[in-house]
Design a protein around this ligand. Structure first.
Ligand code: ADP
Ligand code: MG
Length: 588
């Protein structure tokens, strides 16, 4: 009797509206401004992608998680908001993890959301489908890692991930989403209440007034000051403040590769073409969002004119960055915008720019080197060398300063970076701090999707091979991407030989004269085989102005290119050779 009346009461009651883990996760992301997810579908997140698309998010499916992850990382750099990548469990997660670590090393905000197996099975190692303790593996490789076990915690999990990614020094965050969580249900009203819209996720950090004065004093005393702009300054989107500070100080500046365009490379204070001179001669170096890591020779050695007594001033949002390689005489801990503004205020109207003895010497060096380079860029060699091809690409970007240049490879990277001027902020996305190969297609897709601007991806033939299948993704979404493959038949060069005399090709060479352009044609895009600067020029113009997915196979002399590009000195063999030479010299 009692049972019957309870059953009756339940059937009379209005049905509670339910929601589930899928929808709570999507709602939480949307509530925090996420608009795009870079993903590869599969168990257990296939429906998550479908529902997210249904709820108005843009869900882009890639052919490999690594490219999806690289796209999310680049999106973080370009937008100052976390780029979101979504993968399946174990292998998909591991594929995405390289990109998460890359985002973290680059100080870019990214969230990797991976489906995972059930805790009960994973923790007892019972052998589940794609069983892996993903949270434990992710932790040492990212800024923060969280797992959500209950639907009512999804709001908190997403809020923590968003805040961790963008606050302070930005970085990569891992969010572990067990399959069972997605299917959990709860009351829809309670569910909505459990979501959090993060307030002020990346609060401003103001430098102290004494730190500002100290920095100004050091810079005032300098006779040969230099500014180095890093990708942190590009990321900060404080373009006006950075430009105003650099111009008011009047120091020559060197942009790191992804800071190119923050002030145009053609700016009268740009010292890129006098890099050796300024690094060696400067007595005071002001780092703005750039680390003194390997990319700057750790601030020591021959290129810095060691032994040196240079004074360093550094703006960085991470206090731990200070003194990491060299003593920092005037650390400015804070965000780029607040620090630049405080310095400008502190300088007032009475700032004296450095003497023309210094700035004039730098300009003269720049002019000489630019003129020397110009003649190399207009050669009509057949087959093309890198400079002939890059002369064309330099002009293509000068004519279209809104286009984004994506770049990877060894020689294709080093030479493009030094030849192709960038004219606006965040218009160059490349291999980043690790110098990763295979980021090109992910970078290009994110650049096109996030900005709507045309993209020119200059790729070494080897680098392209790591992510080439994404040309299908580019065609599927009909993105305005023009890929130029600098095809010299191999890694570094295409003419190496097998030292054993055996039948196998050398370890660094590919099939000669590969027809990469046909890959693009296979998916309905435009493929062009270009042997001369004229052919390259025509194809690039058509692609950049027409916006159709295009792959240009630029045939480069297999003998062009040097071992490891500009970083051959990092090869252990070079170190061994140098030691042998030293020992020989000493014994004589
Ligand atoms: P590059 O390789 O171009 O020299 P790095 O990646 O080495 O640049 O350095 C970027 C630096 O910028 C990092 O140390 C990071 O902490 C810092 N950074 C990132 N965002 C900001 C910001 N908004 N304000 C201040 N510093 C920032
Ligand atoms: Mg090559």
């Amino acid at each position: 009797m009692a049972q019957d009346s309870a059953a009756l009461a339940a059937s009379d009651a209005p049905a509670t509206e339910l929601t589930d883990g899928f929808h709570l996760l999507i709602d939480a992301l949307k509530l925090n401004g996420v608009e795009t997810i870079y993903n590869v579908p599969g168990i257990p997140i296939t429906d998550l992608g479908r529902y997210a698309q249904g709820e108005g998010l843009r869900v882009l499916s890639f052919r490999h998680e690594q490219s999806a992850g690289y796209a999310a990382a680049a999106a973080g750099f370009l937008t100052k908001k976390p780029g979101v990548c979504m993968t399946v469990s174990a292998p998909g997660f591991l594929n995405g993890l390289t990109a998460l670590a890359h985002a973290n090393v680059n100080c870019w905000p990214m969230i990797l959301i991976s489906g995972s197996s059930e805790r009960e099975v994973v923790d007892l190692m019972k052998g589940d489908y794609e069983e892996l303790d993903q949270l434990a593996i992710a932790k040492p490789l990212c800024k923060a890692a969280y797992r959500i076990l209950h639907a009512e915690d999804i709001g908190i999990g997403v809020a923590r991930a968003i805040r961790a990614a963008v606050t302070g020094r930005p970085g990569g965050v891992y969010l572990d989403v067990p399959g069972a969580l997605l299917g959990q249900t709860m009351d829809a009203i309670e569910g909505r209440k459990s979501l959090i819209q993060v307030v002020d996720p990346a609060p401003a950090h103001f430098p102290g007034p004494d730190a500002v004065q100290r920095a100004l004093t050091v810079m005032k005393e300098a006779k040969k000051p230099l500014i180095i702009l890093g990708k942190g300054a590009a990321y900060a989107q404080a373009d006006d403040q950075v430009r105003q500070l650099v111009e008011t100080l009047g120091f020559p500046f060197l942009p790191m590769s992804m800071a190119k365009g923050l002030l145009p490379d053609t700016h009268p204070q740009c010292a890129s073409a006098a890099r050796s001179l300024v690094l060696k001669e400067a007595d005071c170096v002001f780092l703005i969002g750039a680390r003194l890591n390997w990319l700057l020779g750790h601030g020591k050695g021959k290129q810095w004119g060691e032994p040196h007594s240079k004074k360093f001033v550094q703006i960085d949002i991470d206090p731990k960055e200070m003194d990491s390689n060299q003593p920092i005489h005037a650390p400015l801990v804070g965000d780029i915008e607040s620090c630049c503004t405080a310095l400008l205020e502190g300088m007032g109207d009475a700032w004296t720019k450095p003497s023309v003895d210094w700035t004039g010497a730098v300009s003269a060096k720049v002019e000489g080197n630019v003129a020397k380079m110009a003649s190399r860029l207009h050669n009509n060699s057949n087959p093309m060398d890198y400079h002939a091809a890059l002369g064309v690409l330099k002009q293509a970007i000068a004519d279209r300063p809104d286009a984004i240049l994506v770049n990877e490879g060894a020689n294709a990277l080093d030479l493009t970076r030094s030849v192709v001027d960038i004219h606006k902020p965040r218009k160059r996305v490349d291999v980043g701090t690790w110098g990763i190969m295979g980021v090109g297609m992910g970078n290009a897709i994110a650049a096109a999707v996030e900005t709507g601007c045309p993209v020119l991806a200059v790729e070494g033939d080897s680098a392209f091979g790591f992510c080439g299948m994404e040309v299908e993704t580019i065609c599927r979404y009909n993105l305005p991407i023009c890929i130029v493959i600098m095809n010299n038949n191999g890694i570094y060069r295409g003419d190496d030989v097998n030292r054993s005399g055996g039948a196998d090709p050398a370890t660094t060479v590919f099939v000669p004269d590969s027809r990469y352009e046909m890959m693009m044609q296979a998916f309905g895009g435009v493929g062009v085989y270009a042997r001369t600067p004229d052919e390259l020029n025509r194809a690039v113009a058509e692609a950049m102005d027409g916006g159709k997915p295009t792959l240009i196979n630029a045939v480069i002399d297999p003998a062009a290119g040097k071992e490891s590009g500009n970083i051959g000195s990092l090869n252990p063999t070079s170190v061994v050779a140098e030691m042998r030479a030293k020992a020989k010299a000493q014994s004589q």
